[in-house]
Design a protein around this ligand. Sequence first.
Ligand code: FES
Length: 150
Amino acid sequence: MTEYSLNINGKTQSVSAQEDMPLLWVLRDLLALKGTKFGCGQGLCGACTVLLDGIAIRSCGLLMSEVGDAKITTIEGISENGDHPVQEAWIQHIVPQCGYCQTGQIMSAVALLDRNPKPSEEEIESAMAGNLCRCGTYNRIKEAIQTASL
Ligand code: FES
């Protein structure tokens, strides 16, 4: 076990974990940040997406030994009351169906709009291509991102 001091959602949190433990399980099992979801565990679905220094990454594939002092942002950290513009657009467009993939979708959308506040349709599709949705909410996701970018 190694003692880590993590910068998560603007706070420093200490946690004791194995070096080869993926960040996803530290967030969910050790820090009770359950908004980040486990889907495939292989970096393929995007359900586990969080921000690392503002970049959308798959937390299932990031080992604790690789996190360093990067700023980690989870869905719990993007707003106090669920009122981030992306979250509000998600509600406006009634995006989720089963909902399972949606926190990962939102985190990828937040990262996109932070680096490109007015993305084209093609840029949205490209940025979101790694986040799968088995319910097929892709059109509503795109519309919500367009609304959030206005
Ligand atoms: Fe990480 Fe699917 S659970 S990409």
